[in-house]
Design a protein around this ligand. Structure first.
Ligand SMILES: Cc1ncc(COP(=O)(O)O)c(C=O)c1O
Length: 370
């Protein structure tokens, strides 16, 4: 809970680092769990196999969320969670046959991390002004910080729910068929703590539902108990389609490199690819039902791809066998360096010299005949 200055003065860390050390600093339980996991298994390749603890953690995360938010996609940071959520939104609409839904709507004064997606939907000018056009097709709702009406009020502001109606204006401008998702922080945290006006989030939810637009809550700050409830969705009683989270998930004892999704990470304290699973995106997007015709086309194309892959595998195997036989036939053990040379740039038979080192034309570095 505290830092100490060089003079020994105790400082209460009320912000918990950067809203991330939610369980407090120096917790023995956490460091024990981290070291135990590192000693047990610090890494497993995520592409070919899963790991039980990834599923355990996914279930645990899902248990804190509304019942129908049952899919968890692990990433390594809030920024990556945000960009992943935006990508999921695009892919979701495309898979349902609505590929024209590509636009995103963020909010002024919003912060969604440092990825290109995040800075594009974010609304902090100093984070945006250096990076050119960023993602195309992004609009911004107005922020809700209305000091003239809400100064010195306690709790949720009375004024400002109508600011959500700006979404209707943006929809009227572009048409809903072009809009993929709206992303907001339930409580904005990076340009002052901006609590949503009463009724605002509900209004956003109903407009999104009306137009088939996905609503993403960025709960990187508001998640893991910072509002007194596990997540903002429960606190405000408004359910988004996706939630991005980070920070409090590991309370930051280990944050290293990237990982991708539930099956690709290991545990709370040790990430699958290069670090701990710090963040995740929980989704409640409806199951995509493929139309029957598309399903059969997909089956056909999968069969074609499998046959092609087998054919290629056979050809590659054949080449390597021939190579291995060729090398075995030589009267000396093959050097690893030679394998590449033979495969990529076959040495003409005339050069397959019986020469001595002295008469060989090649430099001693390249000479494999000496
Ligand atoms: C709302 C929100 N989204 C995303 C992020 C980015 O998270 P990270 O720093 O883990 O990339 C932050 C970071 O403060 C944040 O407050």
């Amino acid at each position: 809970m505290h830092y100490w200055t060089p003079e020994g003065r105790q400082v209460l860390d009320a912000v918990a680092g950067l809203w991330c050390v939610n369980a407090g600093h120096g917790r023995k339980e956490i460091s024990d769990a981290v070291s135990k996991q590192i000693a047990t298994m610090e890494y497993a390749p995520p592409f070919q196999m899963g790991h039980p603890t990834a599923f355990k953690l996914a279930n645990e995360v899902a248990s804190w969320l509304p019942r129908d938010m049952g899919h968890v996609f692990f990433t390594n940071s809030g920024s990556e969670s945000v960009d992943t959520a935006l990508k999921i939104a695009l892919a979701y609409h495309r898979a349902r046959g609505e590929a024209s839904r590509t636009r995103f709507i963020g909010r002024e004064r919003g912060y969604h991390g440092v990825g290109f997606g995040g800075i594009s939907v974010g609304g902090m000018v100093n984070n945006r002004k250096w990076f050119g056009s960023m993602l195309p097709g992004v609009d911004h709702l107005p922020h809700t910080h209305d000091l003239a009406k809400n100064a010195y009020t306690r709790g949720m502001p009375e004024h400002g729910a109508n600011l959500a109606d700006e979404l209707e204006r943006i929809v009227a401008l572009h048409d809903a068929s072009n809009i993929a998702a709206v992303i907001v922080e339930p409580v904005a945290g990076s340009t002052g703590v901006l609590i949503p006006p009463k009724g605002y989030l509900e209004r956003l939810r109903s407009i999104c539902t009306k137009h088939g637009i996905l609503l993403i809550f960025d709960e990187v700050i508001t998640g893991f108990g910072r509002l007194g409830a596990p997540f903002g969705t429960g606190f405000f009683g408004v359910q988004p389609d996706m939630i991005t989270m980070a920070k409090g998930l590991t309370t930051v004892p280990c944050r290293w490199g990237p990982s991708r999704r539930a099956t690709r990470s290991t545990t709370l304290s040790c990430r699958a690819r290069k670090g701990p699973s710090n963040c995740s995106t929980a989704t409640r997007i409806r199951r995509i039902r493929w139309p029957a015709r598309r399903a059969s086309r997909r089956r056909r194309s999968t069969a074609r791809k499998t046959a092609h892959a087998r054919q290629r595998h056979g050809a590659v195997l054949g080449r390597w066998r021939a190579l291995a036989e060729g090398l075995a036939a030589r009267d000396r053990p093959a050097q690893p360096r030679l394998i590449g040379a033979v495969e990529l740039d076959p040495i003409p038979a005339s050069r397959d010299c019986a020469a001595t080192t002295r008469s060989c034309a090649r430099s001693s570095r390249d000479c494999w005949c000496a």
